[in-house]
Design a binder for this molecule. Structure first.
Ligand code: SAM
Length: 190
């Protein structure tokens, strides 16, 4: 079930928009395990039982999880991406939903330099709590140091609606799901 979120005073709401549950499910399938840390959350919108709140401050506290989900407050994109790079020594996988601001310096310094996979989202995400589709394009970034070292940076285009329904209804996830996932994205979407 989608989560209830609260509007942020700072940005009129965008800092606290929640992630649609189907995105969480899709990326747990990609990892083949559940997320064990939500690195930017409140008690009301955390996607798992282990989470870091604004008061705990994920920008300074250690991330105690191996498979981390992050939908950062969008006023702090740069700071959170920098923190992902710092935390990738402690966490096996960090998956981040973020505006696809490919023109920014921080995108190039942190995403292009350190990420292992980028999925560019087709269309606009309708975030939980948002009045309509996002006014910006989104991307999902994976930081996995081993993957980055072995494979370099990979990128894909992802149509969440068609892929999610197709994977969830047609596949029992098994040890081959990573290659199924990649083939599906490349094959179906573009
Ligand atoms: C975009 S919402 C994400 C909601 C939900 N966890 C999700 O992934 O859908 C960002 C959340 O980060 C929290 N937050 C803001 N600053 C933070 C910080 N420095 N450390 C951890 N969480 C923070 C906000 O209170 C808000 O709940």
């Amino acid at each position: 079930m989608d989560k209830i979120v609260h509007a942020s005073k700072k940005t009129g709401g965008t800092d606290c928009w929640g992630t649609p549950q189907k995105i969480i499910q899709l990326f747990e399938q990609h990892l083949e395990k559940p997320f064990d840390l939500d690195a930017a959350a409140s008690a009301e919108n955390a996607i798992c039982s282990n989470y870091i709140t604004e008061e705990m401050n994920a920008l300074t506290t250690l991330w105690q999880g191996q498979n981390v989900w992050l939908n950062p407050p969008y006023s702090l994109n740069k700071q959170f991406l920098k923190r992902c790079v710092e935390m990738q020594d402690h966490c096996e996988n960090i998956v981040v939903l973020i505006p696809a601001r490919t023109d920014t310096e921080y995108w190039h310094n942190y995403v292009m330099e350190y990420a292992s996979i980028i999925w560019f989202i087709k269309g606009r995400i309708k975030f939980v709590g948002a009045p309509s589709g996002a006014p910006f394009p989104s991307a999902i970034i994976k930081f996995n140091k081993v993957e980055r070292t072995q494979q370099g940076l990979q990128f894909f285009f992802l149509d969440i609606d068609s892929i999610v329904s197709w994977i969830l209804t047609n596949y029992r996830i098994n040890t081959k799901s990573l290659s199924i996932f990649h083939t599906t994205i490349v094959g179906i979407v573009y």
